[in-house]
Ligand binder design. Structure first.
Ligand code: ZN
Length: 307
C-alpha cells in the first residue's frame, strides 16, 4: 500500500453515531465525551447537527454544546446543517464551521425535493452568503457518490455535476460520504484519483460506513489515491441498533491502530479513545463495532512477548 506520512481524522461519533441511538445522552455526558476527544488529540470534531429537534431529537442540544464548550484554540468544531436556518443557529451559538449535505441520487432528490442534486446545491447559495458574512466556514458533503440504495452505482457525471455545483456556490471543501456502505475499493480509488486530478483546488474528506465490512479497505484505497482526510467514529458508533445488518462509521480506534502500526501520523492517542469508547459503551448499554476495542492493540501483544 502506498501510504501518506500523516492523515487528519474528524471524529463524527457525537453526531453520526449518537443520532442513531435510542438513548438520549444528557448534554453533560456529551460535553464530557467532547472534552475527552479534544484531550485525545482530535483537531476536527463533528459536534452535532442543527436539524429540526423533532426530526432528530438526539441532536436537539447541539446549540447548547457549542455554547458550553466555547472556542477551543486549534480545534475545528463543526456541525451538520440542513439549510439557512442551520446557518443561523450556528451563528447564534458560536459554531464556526458548518457542513451541508446532498444525496447523489437524482431519483431520490426528484422524488423528495422535486430537484436534481445539482439544483439542491445551487439552492445553498444563500447559506454560503450568510455563513461567510458571519465568519462561519462552510463545507459540503455528497452522500452516496459511489452507489445508492435507490439507483445502484452512481454515475461519475452525476458526482461531477454536484462537485461543480458546490464549487459554483463557493464551497470547495467537499466530503464524499459512502453512507450506504456500498462502495468498493477499486471504485473508491478510481473516483478519488479522478476528483483529485480534475478539481485540484478542492479539499476532500472521505466518510465510510462499515455496513458490508469494506470501510477499512475503502479507506486504504482512498489513501492510495492520495486522500488524507477521513471521518471516523469512536467505537464504530452509528447505524441503527434495531436494523439487522446496519453498521456505523469506520471505528476511530481501528483506524488509529492501523496508522500507529503502519507509521502514519494521526496525532490521536488511541488509549484515550478506547477509554472513551468503553465509557460510551456503558452509557449506551450496548457493545461497540470496534475490532481493536475487543481484541486490544497488536503492539501491546507483541511487546508482551518481548519482555
Ligand atoms: Zn455517516
Amino acid at each position: 500500500m502506498k501510504q501518506p506520512s500523516a492523515i487528519t481524522l474528524c471524529e463524527v461519533g457525537l453526531r453520526d453515531g449518537l443520532q442513531n441511538e435510542a438513548v438520549l445522552l444528557p448534554t453533560e455526558e456529551k460535553l464530557s465525551l467532547l472534552r475527552g476527544l479534544i484531550d485525545a488529540g482530535f483537531k476536527v470534531i463533528e459536534v452535532g447537527s442543527f436539524m429540526h429537534p423533532k426530526a432528530v431529537p438526539q441532536m436537539a442540544d447541539t446549540d447548547q454544546l457549542f455554547r458550553q464548550i466555547g472556542e477551543v484554540p486549534g480545534v475545528e468544531l463543526r456541525a451538520l446543517i440542513p439549510n439557512l436556518r442551520g446557518v443561523q443557529r450556528a451563528i447564534d451559538c458560536g459554531c464556526k464551521k458548518v457542513k451541508l449535505n446532498v444525496s447523489a441520487s437524482t431519483q431520490h432528490n426528484l422524488k423528495n425535493l422535486n430537484m436534481t442534486p445539482q439544483q439542491s446545491v445551487a439552492g445553498f447559495a444563500p447559506c454560503v452568503e450568510a455563513a461567510t458574512a458571519a465568519g462561519v466556514e462552510i463545507s459540503g458533503s455528497i452522500s452516496m457518490p459511489f452507489a445508492s440504495i435507490w439507483e445502484g452505482v452512481t454515475p461519475v457525471e452525476t458526482v461531477e455535476g454536484i462537485i461543480e455545483a458546490y464549487l459554483a456556490v463557493g464551497i470547495d471543501e467537499i466530503s464524499l460520504s459512502d453512507a450506504s456502505g456500498m462502495a468498493t475499493p477499486k471504485q473508491v480509488e478510481n473516483l478519488c484519483s479522478h476528483v483529485l486530478q480534475k478539481y485540484p483546488t478542492a479539499r476532500w474528506w472521505l466518510h465510510f460506513h462499515n455496513t458490508r465490512g469494506m470501510a477499512m479497505a475503502n479507506m486504504i484505497a482512498a489513501m492510495d489515491a492520495g486522500m488524507t482526510q477521513f471521518d471516523t467514529s469512536f467505537g464504530g458508533l452509528g447505524g441503527c441498533p434495531f436494523v439487522p445488518g446496519a453498521a456505523g462509521n469506520i471505528s476511530t480506534e481501528d483506524v488509529v491502530h492501523l496508522c500507529d502500526e503502519s507509521g502514519i501520523e494521526t496525532g490521536i492517542d488511541i488509549t484515550k479513545v478506547m477509554e472513551l469508547s468503553r465509557k460510551l459503551q456503558e452509557l449506551l448499554g450496548h457493545g461497540m463495532e470496534s475490532y481493536v476495542l475487543r481484541a486490544g492493540r497488536s503492539s501491546d501483544l507483541i511487546a508482551a512477548h518481548q519482555e
